[in-house]
Design a protein around this ligand. Sequence first.
Ligand code: AMP
Ligand code: MG
Length: 350
Amino acid sequence: MADDRARLLAKFIEPLRVEPGSKVKLARDFDPGYKASFLKKKDAAVVLQAGVEVLAEYQARLAAQDSWGVLVCLQALDAAGKDGTIGHVMSGVNPQGVRVSSFKVPSAEELDHDYLWRYAQRLPGRGEIGIFNRSHYEEVLVVRVHPELLDRQKLPASCKGKGVWARRYAEINDWEHFLAGNGFKVVKLFLNLSREEQRIRFLRRVDAPEKNWKFSAADARERKYWDDYQAAFSDMLSSTSTEWAPWYVIPADHKWFARICVSSILAHTLIGIDPRYPVVDTARREDLAETKGLLEAEAPQGAAPDPAKAELATQAREEQAAKESEQARKQRKRMKKIRAKLAEAEWPKR
Ligand code: AMP
Ligand code: MG
C-alpha cells in the first residue's frame, strides 16, 4: 500500500520535474494553466486532505528520527500563491517541526556579507522542515533583472562582470550538494503563473479592501520586466535542477491544482526519506517496565493502578470509529477512484 502510494505520487509529479541538464524554455515547456485530466476541482478538498495527513504523519516521524532535515524553496512572481500554498499544504503539520522564513530586500548588515550568508542562517535543523518563502534564488532572479541590486552588494570589481550568473549557479549547486551530502534534502518549487492570471489577481487585491495590504503599485510596475523574469527563470531552471536538488515547475493558474502538486511533491520527498521512530532496545524496555511498576505502586487508595492505559484504549476506539464514519468511508472511496484513474492515465512526458 505504502509502496503503491509512493509509485503513484512519483508518476503524478514526474511531468513537473525539471530533468537535470535539460534546457528549459518556460513558455514552450510548461503551461501555467495545466491540470491533470483525471482530477476535478470538486475533488480538490479530498485529495489535499489526504496529502495533509501524509505530511502530518511523516513530519512527526522525521522529527522523532532527528537525522534528516528538509529544505523547501518556494519561488514565484507576486500573486502566484506562495503564502496560500504554505498555509494550506502545511495545515496539518505540527508547527514545532516547521520553520517558514521569508526573504525581503536585504538589510545593510546582510549586504555586508556574501550573498548566501542570510540564507545559511535560516536553514532547517535535523528533524525539521524549513520553508524558504523566496530563497537564495532571488540572487539570480530579481538581482539579475535589476542589475543595480548587484551593485548594492558591494562586490569587488573582479567578482562581478560577465560570468557572475554562471558562477552563482555553480556556487548554489555546490552549496545544495553539500547540504544533501550532510543529511538535508533540498526541494525547489517554482509556481508558474501566467501574465493574465497575475493581472486578474492584482485587480482582486485592488478591489477587495481586505487584500489591499498585499498590493503595492511597485508590484504592478514590475510587470514591465515580465519577459526578463521569464528568461531569468528559464536559465535558472536549466542551470540549477540537479539530481540532488531538483526543480519542480508547478502550474499556478489554478490554485487548487497547484496546492495538490506541492503537497504531492513534499509527500513524495518525505516518503523517500522514510523516517522511522527510534526503536526501543531491550534494556530501555526493561527500564520502562520497572518505572511503570513504581508508578503503579504509588496509586492512591481506590484509584486504578494505570488509568492511562484505559485512556489509550478509549482513544484508539474513538480513532477507529472516526475511520469507519460515513464521511471517511466516502472520502476513501473517492481517493481510491482517483488513484485508479491516475494509475491508468496516459501521462504527459515533457
Ligand atoms: P514580498 O515577498 O512580496 O513581501 O516582497 C519581497 C520583496 O523583496 C520582493 O520584491 C523581492 O523581489 C525582494 N527581494 C527578495 N530578495 C531580494 C534580494 N536578494 N535582493 C533584492 N530584493 C530582494
Ligand atoms: Mg509582494
